[in-house]
Design a protein around this ligand. Structure first.
Ligand code: NAD
Length: 436
C-alpha cells in the first residue's frame, strides 16, 4: 500500500485517485474548489462518468479514499504526490501553467519528508524541471529531498474507469531510475505495459499522441469533404482504409470535428511549443484549421436544405462534446448553436446528461427539452451533434412523424442511409451521399 495525494480532483484527478485506491492504496484527493470537495464528502460526484460513483463510494467506505481542501496537509500526509490540476488553453493558445505552478509552490512549502512528485497534467516539455525549481525555491526544510516524475494521463472521458484500470501503457519519465521504478511498481496491479523514458520525452509523448489522433480526425474529415464533392462514401473509404493494420480503424470516423478538454487545447499548445522551439509545424496548424472549419459544414448543410434559418424550428440532438460525458469544453454545439440563434432559428436542444452543463455555457434563447421526442416535436429540421446511444438507436420513423418537416442532418453519421430512406427522411450526413 502506498500513500498517495492527488492535487486536483477533476476528471483526471478524481478518476485516477479512485483507481489508485481501488488497487489498494491510501489516496487523498484534494482540491481548492470547496464546493467540489463538499459534494464528494457527501458522496455526490460532481461530474458524469460511468462507474465512478460506485468506485468512489466503495473506496471511501473502506477508508482508502479521502477528500479535502487542505492541500498542504494532504501533501504532508503522503509519499507520492500527483499533480492533476487543469492546464487550460490561455488566450494566446498556450497551456496556462498557473495551476501547476501554484501546486508546485504548495508542495515546496509542505515538503516535510522525501516525496516523489508526479506530473499527470498535460504540460509543455520542460515543466517537470520548472516544477523542480519552484519546489526547491519554496522548501521550508532545505535538507528534505524529492524526485520528479512525469506520468501523463491517457484516459478518455466516458470510458475513464476502464481506460484507467486497463490502460494500454503507463508512460513514466524521470532522471531517477529508482523513482521511475517505484511509480512503475504502483502501476503493476493495472497489469499494463510500462514505458520508461526521460522526463522531457514523457511530457512530449502526451502531446504527440493527442495531436496525432487529432490529425487522424482532421484527415478523415477532409477526405469526407472531398467524398461529398466527388460522389464517394466516406464510411466505406474509412472502413477500407482502416483494414490496413498500418492505419487502423480508430479515430477514422468522419464527423463535425473534435472537441473536448484535450484535443483543442493540446493541438494549440503543441503548435506554440514548436513555434517557440523555432519549428513551423505547418501540418498541425492545418489540422487545427480543418477542425475549426468542419463545424461550419453543418451550417452549410442547413442553408442548402432550408434556405434561410430565420423562424425555423431546429432540434439539436446532443450537446456534450462526445457521448457518455457532461463535459462541454470546446463542444461543437458551443459554436453551432450560437450561430443558429444568430441566424434567427428557434433552437430546441436535447442531451441525455449535459443539458445542465450546457446551460452554463450557451447563450440565452435555447429551449432545453427533457426528451428526444419533445425536442423534435414540430421541428423543421433535426441536427445530430453527439452520438449518444439513445440518439444512435432512436426510431427514425417515429421521430419523423413528430416533426413538421422530414429533414435530418447527421453530424456524426449515426444512422445508415437505408434507415433514413426507409423512414422517409431527407437525410444529410458527413461525407456520404444525401438521401432525398
Ligand atoms: P479539471 O479542470 O476537470 O480539473 C482540475 C481540477 O484542479 C479542478 O477541480 C481545480 O479546482 C483543481 N485545481 C486547480 N488548481 C489547484 C490547486 N492549486 N490545488 C488543488 N486543486 C487545484 O481538469 P481535468 O480534465 O481533470 O484535466 C487535468 C489535466 O489532465 C489537464 O492537464 C488535462 O489536459 C489532462 N488530461 C485530461 C484528460 C481528460 O479527458 N479530461 C485526459 C488526459 C489528460
Amino acid at each position: 500500500m502506498k500513500k498517495i495525494t492527488v492535487i486536483g480532483t477533476g476528471y483526471v484527478g478524481l478518476v485516477s485517485g479512485a483507481c489508485f485506491a481501488e488497487i489498494g492504496n491510501r489516496v487523498i484527493c484534494c482540491d481548492v474548489d470547496e464546493q467540489k470537495i463538499i459534494k464528494l464528502r457527501r458522496g455526490e460526484i460532481p461530474i458524469y462518468e460511468p462507474g465512478l460513483s460506485e468506485l468512489v463510494e466503495r473506496n471511501t467506505k473502506r477508508d482508502q479514499l479521502y477528500f479535502t481542501t487542505e492541500v498542504g496537509e494532504a501533501i504532508e500526509a503522503s509519499d507520492i504526490i500527483y499533480i492533476a490540476v487543469g492546464t487550460p488553453m490561455s488566450e494566446t493558445g498556450e497551456a496556462d501553467m498557473r495551476y501547476v505552478m501554484s501546486a508546485a509552490k504548495k508542495i515546496g512549502e509542505h515538503l516535510n519528508s522525501h516525496k516523489i512528485i508526479v506530473g499527470k497534467s498535460t504540460v509543455p516539455v520542460g515543466t517537470g524541471e520548472l516544477v523542480r525549481e519552484v519546489i526547491q525555491a519554496n522548501k521550508k526544510l532545505p535538507w528534505v529531498g524529492f524526485d520528479i516524475v512525469s506520468n501523463p494521463e491517457f484516459l478518455r472521458e466516458g470510458s475513464a474507469i476502464s481506460d484507467c484500470m486497463n490502460m494500454d501503457r503507463a508512460v513514466i519519465g524521470s532522471d531517477n531510475p529508482e523513482a521511475a521504478r517505484l511509480i512503475g511498481e504502483l502501476h503493476s496491479p493495472f497489469n499494463t505495459r510500462i514505458f520508461t523514458t526521460d522526463l522531457e520525452s514523457a511530457e512530449m509523448i502526451k502531446y504527440a499522441a493527442n495531436t496525432f489522433l487529432a490529425t487522424k480526425i482532421s484527415f478523415i474529415n477532409a477526405i469526407a469533404n472531398i467524398c461529398e464533392r466527388v460522389g464517394a462514401n466516406v464510411a466505406d473509404v474509412s472502413e477500407g482504409m482502416g483494414l490496413d493494420s498500418r492505419i487502423g480503424s480508430k479515430f477514422l470516423q468522419a464527423g463535425i470535428g473534435y472537441g473536448g478538454s484535450c484535443f483543442p487545447k493540446d493541438t494549440y499548445a503543441l503548435a506554440h511549443i514548436s513555434d517557440k522551439a523555432g519549428y513551423d509545424f505547418e501540418l498541425l496548424k492545418s489540422v487545427i484549421k480543418t477542425n475549426q472549419r468542419q463545424r461550419y459544414v453543418i451550417m452549410d448543410k442547413l442553408r442548402e436544405t432550408l434556405g434561410g434559418l430565420a423562424g425555423k424550428h431546429v432540434a439539436v440532438l446532443g450537446l456534450a462534446f462526445k457521448p457518455n460525458t457532461d463535459d462541454m469544453r470546446y463542444a461543437p454545439s458551443l459554436t453551432i448553436i450560437p450561430e443558429l440563434l444568430k441566424q434567427g432559428a428557434s433552437v430546441y436542444a436535447y442531451d441525455p446528461i449535459a443539458s445542465e452543463a450546457a446551460k452554463r455555457e450557451l447563450p440565452e434563447g435555447v429551449t432545453y427539452s427533457t426528451s428526444l421526442d419533445q425536442a423534435v416535436a414540430g421541428a423543421d429540421v433535426a441536427v445530430i451533434l453527439t452520438e449518444w446511444d439513445e440518439i444512435r438507436s432512436m426510431d427514425l420513423s417515429n421521430i419523423r412523424k413528430l416533426m413538421k418537416r422530414s429533414i435530418l442532418i447527421d453530424g456524426r453519421n449515426c444512422h445508415s442511409l437505408q434507415e433514413a430512406q426507409e423512414a422517409g427522411f431527407e437525410y444529410h450526413s458527413i461525407g456520404r451521399p444525401p438521401v432525398n
